[in-house]
Design a protein around this ligand. Structure first.
Ligand code: NAP
Length: 490
């Protein structure tokens, strides 16, 4: 990989997105002494998902001690599981403290990116600009999915997607219709059940709920964490080991971890819901963990509050006054909330990305999205992506994944900067081999046991990592240069 006379170069890096991943990339570049980078952010603030999602009850179900960058502990989390607004505040602070904001262009939506003459040309409303390296950090659950229900547009009251919450609409006086019982719908129900005039939850598929307490962090604990930062580091280590050895393993390998979660879910339902009819409605047919596992403390309590109704009859249409189900009932509601999930398979799209020889990412992914170790695609030199296809987003904290991906990308940028290479992209052969290995390992995962979920890709297989998260960290820790087509001159 070395040239006869490598000479160091200044490398310019374009990062698309200033959410959790983009900020992580920026911080890692700073740590490597690389300051020539620009973040393009279409909104007017950092935070991505945590900026866009503001629904009542929004909480991350990864323990707060682990839902931080390892390089920036936070002694101030109010709860064991971090509330959404605190996470958003955390990212805002990181951007400010590390002086990343001066690298961010807000309101700058990148419309297209094309690789020409050894550079990535980005088109934004301000014009075209060239960079040596392109890093996409556009998030995974970014594009709201609206349900295709007859008459949805005819609803007379306010209606919005959970990721576009309209806070000008008052809630206590409303009869709310909520469509969707994924992680989002469950958190909204747990928060609003019993606190609003009525809550009708339209459940298409029952979900398993894993009970998860969320105690407050006492002021004394926070003071101790501030005083002894090593305590924080220990908390990070402890929870990372806990999450990775339990939640990281359970979905991908049959064993006691899977048994434990599944048993917890079954007993949670058995012990928490007394009414037989309601229990029947809430009993899923799928195996626990086949869909994205839901961790929640108060859901079953909330659905038993007065004024809360679980409707399992399929929705047939929406009318101005409410939702009509297959049994002919019109469920009258004043507000309709669509907690119907996201298009999780868009990745960087709809951004138009064109690689070498004019081949677009759309063409490269015509049969389904694939990548080399979730970060790079053959034919797209010097382009790296966060949370690409098959990242371990189904069994690890996304922040941890982002850190490993950022370190990996930084390693390649350092090769470019040292002048050892001028371009690198994974070979077709290595990418194919990697994806075939993953495909072969999928049947042992719980995700292939027959449920419908956003995890499944075009081929009906989960677009997830079928092994433990530690294995993914290992794969990224040691870049395999022989898997790459590396050029030392253009
Ligand atoms: P989701 O898991 O995709 O759930 C969407 C829900 O909407 C499902 O219940 C689905 O039913 C229902 N639905 C979709 N279209 C429908 C239609 N036409 N009619 C009736 N029901 C319909 O979406 P989400 O709840 O927003 O969660 C997405 C992901 O975000 C989660 O899996 C998780 O990874 C992440 N998340 C994380 C947290 C956290 O605490 N870390 C919190 C919230 C979200 P079916 O099940 O029948 O498809």
């Amino acid at each position: 990989m070395t040239t006869t006379n490598p000479s160091p170069r200044t490398i310019s890096v374009a990062i698309i997105g200033a959410g959790m991943s983009g900020l992580c990339m920026a911080a890692k570049l700073q740590d490597a002494g690389i300051e020539d980078f620009t973040l393009f952010e279409k909104a007017d603030e950092v935070g991505g998902t945590w900026r866009d999602n503001t629904y009542p009850g929004l909480t991350c179900d990864v323990p707060s001690r682990y839902y931080t960058y390892s390089f920036r502990p936070n002694p101030d989390w109010s709860h064991m599981l971090p509330p959404g607004p605190e996470i958003q505040q955390y990212f805002r602070e990181v951007a400010t403290e590390r002086d990343i904001r001066r690298h961010i262009r807000f309101g700058a939506e990148v419309r297209s990116a094309a690789f020409r003459d050894g550079k990535w040309w980005l088109t934004t409303p301000a014009g075209d600009e060239a960079f040596d390296v392109l890093v996409t950090a556009t998030g995974i659950l970014r594009i709201p999915r609206y349900p295709d229900i007859e008459g949805l547009d005819t609803f007379a009251g306010p209606m919005f997607h959970s990721a576009r919450w309209d806070h000008s609409v008052s809630l206590p006086d409303k009869r709310i219709g909520l469509i969707g019982t994924g992680s989002t719908g469950v958190q909204i129900t747990a928060e609003l059940g019993g606190k609003v005039r009525g809550l009708t939850v339209f459940q298409r598929t029952a979900q398993w709920i894993c009970p998860w307490p969320n105690p407050r962090v006492s002021e004394r604990t926070k003071a101790a964490l501030r005083r002894w930062p090593r305590l924080n580091a220990f908390g990070y280590w402890f929870y990372s080991r806990f999450v990775r050895s339990m939640f990281g393993v359970a979905p991908v390998r049959p064993g006691w971890q899977r048994w434990l979660y599944q048993t917890q879910c079954r007993w949670n339902l058995r012990l928490s819901v007394r009414d037989r009819e309601l229990k029947k409605k809430l009993t899923p047919v799928d195996q626990p963990m086949c869909k994205r596992m839901i961790f929640a403390g108060h859901y079953y309590r909330a659905v038993q509050e007065p004024g809360v109704e679980i409707v399992t009859e399929p929705i047939v249409r929406v009318e101005p006054r409410g939702v009509v189900t297959a049994d002919g009932t019109l469920h009258e509601v004043d507000l309709l909330v669509l907690a119907t999930g996201f298009d999780a398979h868009a990745y960087v799209r709809p951004l138009a990305v064109t690689g070498e020889g004019g081949r677009t990412l759309e063409e490269a992914w015509a049969d389904g999205a694939t990548a080399y170790r979730s970060v790079a695609v053959p034919g797209f030199p010097n382009m790296f992506m966060f949370m690409g296809p098959h990242a371990p987003v189904g069994n690890d904290s996304l922040i941890n994944i982002a850190e490993h991906q950022a370190d990996y990308v930084t390693w390649w940028i350092e090769q470019l900067r040292a002048g050892r290479i001028v371009a690198a992209s994974p070979t077709e052969e290595a990418t194919k081999r990697y994806n075939e290995d993953m495909k072969a390992a999928m049947p042992q995962t719980v995700w292939t046991t027959g449920c419908r979920s956003w995890y499944l890709g075009k081929d009906g297989l989960p677009e997830l990592f079928p092994w433990e998260p530690d294995r993914y960290s290992e794969l990224l820790r040691a870049p395999q240069v022989t898997d790459f087509e590396v050029r030392t001159a253009l």
